[in-house]
Design a binder for this molecule. Structure first.
Ligand SMILES: *Cc1c(COP(=O)(O)O)cnc(C)c1O
Length: 402
């Protein structure tokens, strides 16, 4: 083995030793409550496909039609070779959905976060992050070069301290507060109303990542900001098209000025080939379904499954962490973490569930803090009540040591 591979092999061995090694598992079926893998069928509680749209006929057909009409690839950046109609249509649909002036899509949610934060902020500015925001927002904040401050998760007093320190927007210095609306690994919600009041009081801007609320919370699935009636006061709303909307890509919704500025300054938008037109058309279909009677039925089913699962897991509620409390309006909880702490324990529990043909991922550092490893159960509208009962029964017979 050469030096390069030897060095990497050593680093991999260290990961294994710490129970932090990861590997890919091949799956031979679409995302749905049942996954085919290694000739077996698993009950799937791992996907963020919350409404079951990743394999929905309307979403798939929209993607297929776009391939027929616009081809498989987009050719270049949208600023270089022209902006294909499916992207324009998707952005109009997203702006109408989120009730903002304009929207802009990116190849992924990750690229959205990097593009937006780095376009808006530079070295002289301040970015204030909730402790539990997604890695893409942390990376975006670091890459921007702005001074980075972190406030304790959902802690308004700590946020206010950081805002006082930052001193507000002055023209020379910009201050941006960043949070998620529903947190990806805990499933709890941010106190958006109070955060909006606070950023206004201190003259800062607010960016809210609705990756896990879009399609699920609010009227027609518009998100938590809509549900709490504050979407008009949030400067930057972002999200992904790859979770509840069933396709792929990321988006920003906000003012026309914001979108025009990002088209000029967001490097992950400018210097990247546009996504495949099929992804945009699929996502637009996802947005249509979310607002349709079918979407309402799917959210109702998700609400029922979530209530069933929370009730069923109540005896284990000590492990539910932040998600055991509740500051989200409608009470739909698609993400239910069972916090086991030790990485080996989480891996062992996930392996035992797989023996029972149930797939729940063990989430470990660096996705969550060291010693906060967990089983992350995600529910979708495509699960049946029987599926959820099976999961609860299996979790209860496992010795989780809770
Ligand atoms: C998944 C996720 C993203 C990234 O979106 P992708 O489209 O998957 O790149 C961003 N923010 C949060 C909170 C997420 O959970």
């Amino acid at each position: 083995m050469n030096h390069f591979d030897l060095e990497l092999t050593r680093r991999l061995a260290a990961l294994r030793e710490q129970n932090l090694f990861r590997e890919l598992r091949r799956v031979d079926s679409p995302q749905s409550p049942r996954l085919q893998a290694g000739g077996r069928t698993f009950l799937n509680f791992s996907s963020n496909d919350y409404l079951g749209l990743a394999n929905d006929p309307a979403v798939k057909n929209a993607a297929l039609e776009a391939i027929q009409k616009f081809g498989a690839g987009a050719g270049a950046s949208r600023l270089v070779c022209g902006s294909l109609a499916p992207f324009q249509e998707l952005e109009e649909a997203l702006a109408a959905f989120k009730q903002t002036e304009a929207a802009l899509t990116f190849s992924t949610g990750y690229a959205t976060a990097l593009g937006v934060v780095c376009a808006l902020l530079g070295r002289d500015d301040v970015v204030i992050l909730d402790k539990l925001v997604h890695a893409c927002l942390v990376d975006a904040a670091r890459l921007s070069g702005a001074k980075l401050r972190v406030f304790a998760h959902n802690d308004l007093d700590d946020l206010e301290d950081k805002l006082k320190w930052a001193g507000g927007n002055t023209g020379q210095r910009r201050v941006l507060v960043v949070t998620e609306s529903v947190f990806s690994m805990d499933g709890d919600a941010a106190p958006l109303r109070q955060m909006v009041e606070m950023k206004e009081k201190h003259g800062a801007w607010l960016m809210v990542d609705e990756a896990h609320a879009t399609g699920i919370l609010g009227k027609d699935g518009r998100g938590l900001a809509e549900e709490l009636g504050v979407s008009g006061q949030i400067e930057i709303q972002m999200g992904t098209l790859g979770k509840a909307l069933g396709a792929s890509g990321g988006f920003v919704c906000g003012s026309r000025a914001l979108v025009d500025f990002l088209v000029n300054r967001a490097r992950t938008f400018i210097f990247s080939t546009a996504p495949v037109p099929a992804a945009a058309a699929g996502a637009a279909a996802g947005v249509r379904v979310a607002q349709s009677p079918q979407g309402r039925r799917l959210r109702q089913t998700l609400r029922e499954r979530s209530a069933q699962c929370r009730t069923g897991l109540a005896p284990l509620s000590g492990a539910l962490g932040n998600a055991a409390g509740g500051n989200d309006g409608s009470g739909v909880r698609a993400i239910l973490p069972l916090i086991l702490g030790d990485e080996a324990k989480a891996l062992d529990a996930a392996a035992k569930l797989r023996e029972r043909n149930i797939f729940v991922p063990a989430i470990r550092y660096p996705t969550v803090a060291r010693g906060a490893a967990r089983l992350r159960v995600t529910l979708t509208a495509a699960h049946s009540a029987e599926d959820v009962s099976q999961l609860i029964a299996a979790l209860k017979t496992l010795d989780l040591g809770l």
